[in-house]
Ligand binder design. Sequence first.
Ligand SMILES: NC(=O)c1ccc[n+]([C@@H]2O[C@H](COP(=O)([O-])OP(=O)(O)OC[C@H]3O[C@@H](n4cnc5c(N)ncnc54)[C@H](O)[C@@H]3O)[C@@H](O)[C@H]2O)c1
Length: 246
Amino acid sequence: MSDAVLVTGAAAGLGQTIAGHLLTQGFRVVFADLNGEQAQAALEAAGGHRDNALALALDIRDPERFQQAIDQAHRHFGALHGLVNNAALTLTTPVMEISVDEFDQVMTTNLRGTFVGCQTAGRYFSEQGYGRIINLASLAGQNGGTASGAHYAASKGGILTLTRVFARALGGAGVTVNAIAPGPMDLPSVHAAVPPERMTDLLAMIPVGQLGEPGFVARAVALLASRDASFVTGATWDINGGIYMR
Ligand SMILES: NC(=O)c1ccc[n+]([C@@H]2O[C@H](COP(=O)([O-])OP(=O)(O)OC[C@H]3O[C@@H](n4cnc5c(N)ncnc54)[C@H](O)[C@@H]3O)[C@@H](O)[C@H]2O)c1
């Protein structure tokens, strides 16, 4: 039997691309999203069926609901082997205009949601003696962001730190935890944040002069989710067109 992976935020954008790609690579996939109906539509668009895919409504902020999602995946597939913490809120409010409520809203979804995912799946994977966790961070968490808000950038910086902490805590139990830090991708969320008249300026500051391809990030996720990836943990893979080099 192939490995089963749960992808959060799988109803749209990068999460939908990742979930669809994992399916084509022979993984069994849980399409999880705040919006369960859209998650089901994404599953159907990817050609998923009962044997290789499951769609469910999941609010990543809620630990009980996260546990239930893992239990549901376990019942459906017999086991769960991977988690992609992809769901996030991408807000772009200028830093001096962010209210504390909006700050909390972004932190609760992005940072708390990833923490809840790592901890809940981390327990399950540790008991099983095997697991792969991949966190979607961002270039914004490394350089403070280009088009995104301070709350978003800070939450993504926190995800990079959580990735290392969970990697250290779970490595001995056969569980790897890694992050991918993409720069601006050719996705609806980026086109919503960067109007056409500002796109030329954005492209001019990217050394390779183009937006990132979501499919490439999905392929990197599949590699980190594979059995082969046992010697990479606590890492952050930069996929940013050279905007940030280290
Ligand atoms: N788009 C980019 O260029 C880019 C760059 C760097 C990092 N990323 C990261 O990639 C990931 C996906 O980005 P995207 O642009 O596809 O986002 P998106 O806004 O298009 O999609 C996010 C999905 O997450 C879901 N979601 C939101 N809150 C949720 C919650 N509480 N519980 C469950 N699901 C929830 C939404 O319903 C939506 O389907 C995010 O983590 C983002 O930070 C994206």
